[in-house]
Design a protein around this ligand. Structure first.
Ligand code: XLS
Ligand code: NI
Ligand code: NI
Length: 442
């Protein structure tokens, strides 16, 4: 990959980021992410398929409920929205190629601002998509997934696909059709649905059954349309339990899998799991990954982290090696992500205002993932971790245990065995030993 600049260089003085190893003191170098290093049969680059989130990294200026944005991006200055969008895209591809990210992800109106009239927005999106086609071809950077922003505009305040007003549902369809077209035009490998306002604020005014039926119908229509246009990739649902609505319908992995199964969508849809959404649902990310993998639906991942003292989606960059190692154990044990990648749905803090901070944040995130994967691989290949885990279940490999598992034993027979168990000794779960192994290999 070579660095791709537009008319001007936005991240001046920042060279291509290379791997220098953990002895390096260069803040603008990777300490652990050696893209071509092969671990468990694949290069780190292939394992992770890192992607940059357009919305946080190039659109998020740091506004919060208490004050406006703090980051004055040099690509945001033109008065012409199309020119602004092109400048932003130049900056984005400069960033992708300098940091060495093979993928990016976007919402339709991250690429270019929405206009007042639908037809103008459509026109803008089509134009910027053609510009992205050129940028992708010049750089080799690819689109991991596209999506539509069906949650920011006030028209979607009561939801998009689940809106009680059919007119809004039609508007969401018009917008999403264009977002799907843009994703296909750019060779997007997946298409994401995060149900931004698909949920409710109070059940008093909500017909939940109809809203869920409408959401399923809408997803079927999107899938049928995209497949008809030749889209071969995954559709991904991104669970989140709350925020912005009090109760989001796509609460967590288990809820979404139940929904997909109920509405016959599980053949085409997988999950895009996000760390901070898992923790908001009071799960660990490794729990969510395992639930998805059990259903053959671990598609992709939004990488970030929450804050232990706060209960909202803080979208910080990943940095906790202990947690990441536990995630990477599941990742390796289930054979990685199916069709997706690791997208940094994370933002620098409001008071991190240097352009350089965007690099430091992503370098940190990529390094943290790489380090955790290397540790997890060591644990799996050199420690007793898997053996200890298997040992807890070894009694099922007895003849009778196997008969139970394969359904060849009825309750009577099972109970009969249980009658002679007065002297059974429960075995220790050995949690502390498992935890010590993680610490030993870090
Ligand atoms: C918000 C979500 C969002 C999705 C894409 O919490 O994480 O950013 O990833 O719509
Ligand atoms: Ni999020
Ligand atoms: Ni996300």
């Amino acid at each position: 990959m070579s660095i791709i600049l537009g008319d001007k260089e936005y991240f001046k003085g920042i060279p291509e980021i290379v791997y220098e190893g953990k002895e390096s003191d260069n803040p603008l170098a990777f300490k652990y992410y050696d893209a071509n290093k092969v671990v468990a049969g694949k290069s780190l680059k292939e394992h992770f398929r890192f992607a940059i989130a357009y919305w946080h990294t190039f659109c998020g200026t740091g506004g919060d409920p208490f004050g406006p944005g703090t980051k004055l991006f040099p690509w945001d200055v033109s008065n012409d929205p199309m020119q602004r969008a092109k400048n932003k895209m130049d900056a984005a591809f400069e960033f992708f190629t300098k940091i060495g990210a093979p993928y990016y992800c976007f919402h339709d109106f991250d690429l270019v601002e929405e206009a007042d009239k639908f037809s103008d927005s459509e026109d803008r999106l089509a134009k910027i998509t053609e510009y992205a086609v050129e940028k992708q071809a010049a750089s080799g950077v690819k689109l991991l997934w596209g999506t539509a922003n069906l949650f920011s505009h006030p028209r979607y305040m009561n939801g998009a696909a689940t809106n009680p007003d059919f007119t809004v549902v039609t508007r969401a369809a018009a917008q999403i059709k264009n977002a799907i077209d843009a994703t296909i035009r750019l060779g997007g490998e997946n298409y994401v649905f995060w149900g931004g306002r698909e949920g409710y604020m109070t059940l008093l005014n909500t017909d939940m059954k109809s809203e869920l039926d409408h959401m399923a119908r809408f997803l079927h229509l999107c899938k049928d349309y995209a497949r008809g246009q030749g889209f071969k990739g995954n559709f991904l649902i991104e669970p989140k339990p709350m925020e912005p609505t009090k109760h989001q319908y796509d609460f967590d992995a288990a809820t979404v899998i139940g929904f997909l199964r109920q509405y016959d969508l599980l053949d085409d849809f997988k999950l895009n799991l996000e760390v901070n959404h898992a923790t908001l649902a009071q799960h660990t990310m490794q729990h969510e990954m395992q639930v998805a993998a059990n259903a053959g639906a671990l598609g992709s991942m939004d990488a970030n982290r929450g804050d232990y003292q706060n209960g909202w989606d803080t979208d910080q960059f990943p940095m906790n090696i202990g947690e990441l190692t536990e995630m990477m154990l599941v990742f390796l044990e289930v054979g990685g992500l199916q069709g997706g990648g690791v997208n940094f749905d994370a933002k620098t803090r409001r008071n991190s205002t240097d352009l350089e901070d965007i690099f430091l944040a992503h370098i940190g995130g990529m390094d943290a993932f790489a380090r955790a994967l290397l540790v997890a691989d060591q644990i799996l290949t050199n420690s007793d971790y898997q053996k200890l885990k298997q040992k807890r279940y070894q009694s099922f490999s007895s003849e009778q245990g196997k008969a139970f598992e394969s359904g060849e034993m009825d309750l009577k027979a099972l109970a009969e065995l249980g009658r002679n168990t007065d002297d059974l000794t429960p075995s220790s779960g050995k949690q502390e030993l498992f935890e010590n192994i993680i610490n030993q290999y870090i």
